[in-house]
Ligand binder design. Structure first.
Ligand code: ATP
Ligand code: MG
Length: 384
């Protein structure tokens, strides 16, 4: 009896001619997730089998694979010879000692003397005799025991399905640049887009020494959490201290956040293009804070010359975002106190619905191009 893990994938079959590409990306991503653990991944019709690992590590493997997008469900299974006694021994091992159950058999091996109904009935009957606390319930069982008779003369026996992360394999839908702050929203935005199969790189802006080193470490940690779902990521770090000082010195303070955002978007676009990213991604959600009105988005979006801006959180309430942040394991990091550069030199009354003509008039007081070049020269790149 060998422990194996069955991995079933989702949506991939929808992709017709691209199927091979999707499956290769998916298998590669699983390999990356399992790096450092001895194992083999074998493809079978419509699913993968992870085999040859140290049985004590099965939970760790499931845990790691649960972050791989494209995984629909998983089962920890026992692999045995296709023989009724062997199958029953495995079923007895994976089943609980009480409650209701049913047995579901799938028979790929059409030469096996019993059909799937007969196998389920026979094994279910033996289990009832063997574990007195169990009862059959066909319609609403607490436990579903799966038996899979494969064509190669072995059978897989498992108790239930573990839900995977869903979505599409990362790397099958291009690459985007996420503007990541230390807040709750942006990591969630990156997670959502990665789930659709996009590779995600990150860019963060800081105003050291006005913002401190803890703020930066926090962003590194958040990007690392995200990297667990995106098969690694790159964190680009750019210093915007001088830009903020210049705005503070020369412009109407009410426009600090509006103007800074426009710088961030311009810089993000340039670095995105250099790294082959095809879009920008932000954690903005409509109307959540003063700077995220549609006027604010129009202002920050209008300086981006040729990339689309994805704002996956636009339609979400804060509560929904928090739920997702918790589920991805970022929330506890995100809520640690820190200073974002947007709160440095924060005016008492930031302009809420900025008018384009006023923004342009304020911006005209600055050497926009020179400040952008200077900020980009501070670029640091971390591989996570
Ligand atoms: P978050 O929780 O992601 O910080 P938020 O609701 O606090 O979002 P803002 O602080 O207004 O909203 O930021 C809106 C978006 O702008 C962020 O989601 C992020 O994409 C981008 N952003 C803000 N500050 C930074 C920063 N310092 N570096 C990179 N991107 C930033
Ligand atoms: Mg924020």
């Amino acid at each position: 009896m060998e422990k194996v893990i069955i991995v079933r994938y989702c949506e991939i079959h929808l992709k017709g001619n691209n199927r091979g590409f999707f499956e290769r990306s998916f298998a590669e991503n699983m390999e990356k997730a399992l790096r450092g653990i001895r194992h083999e991944i074998r493809k079978q019709s419509g699913r993968y089998l992870v085999e040859g690992f140290d049985e004590a590590l099965s939970e760790e493997i499931v845990e790691r694979l649960s972050k791989v997008f494209g995984v629909h469900t998983m089962s920890v299974a026992l692999s045995v010879k296709s023989d009724m006694d062997e199958i029953f021994r495995a079923v007895a091992e994976v089943s609980p000692s009480e409650g209701t159950f049913k047995v579901e058999t799938h028979r790929a091996d059409k030469k096996f003397p019993l059909n799937s109904m007969q196998i389920s009935a026979e094994i279910g009957g033996r289990l009832l005799d063997y574990k007195k606390g169990l009862k059959v319930d066909i319609h609403n069982p607490q436990t579903v025991i799966g038996i899979d008779l494969r064509e190669n003369g072995t059978s897989l026996v498992f108790n239930g399905l573990i839900r995977g992360a869903g979505g599409m394999p990362v790397g099958t839908a291009g690459k985007g640049m996420l503007l990541i702050s230390g807040g709750i929203d942006s990591p969630v935005a990156g997670h959502m887009i990665a789930k659709r199969g996009m590779k995600v790189e990150c860019i963060h802006f800081h105003s050291y020494p006005y913002t401190n080193m803890q703020a930066r470490e926090k962003v590194e940690e958040l990007a690392s959490v995200l990297a667990g779902y995106t098969c690694g990521t790159t964190l680009n770090i750019v210093k915007v201290t001088h830009i903020q000082e210049e705005i503070h010195k020369k412009c109407n303070g009410e426009y600090m956040v509006t103007l800074l955002r426009r710088f961030m978007m311009r810089i993000a676009e340039r670095i995105a293009k250099k790294s082959g990213c095809q879009c920008l991604i932000t954690g903005e959600s409509l109307g959540q804070v003063a700077s995220q009105t549609i006027e604010g988005m129009t202002s920050s979006g209008s300086v981006v010359e040729s990339l689309p801006i994805l704002r996956p959180l636009c339609g979400f309430d804060k509560n929904e975002i928090i739920e997702r942040s918790r589920a991805m394991g970022a929330y506890e990091i995100s809520i640690r106190p820190y200073e974002d550069c947007c709160t440095v030199f924060l005016p008492r009354h930031p302009v809420i619905r900025p008018k384009m003509a006023d923004i342009l008039a304020e911006e005209a007081k600055l050497d926009v191009e020179g400040l952008i070049k200077e900020a980009i020269s501070s670029l640091e790149v971390l591989k996570l």
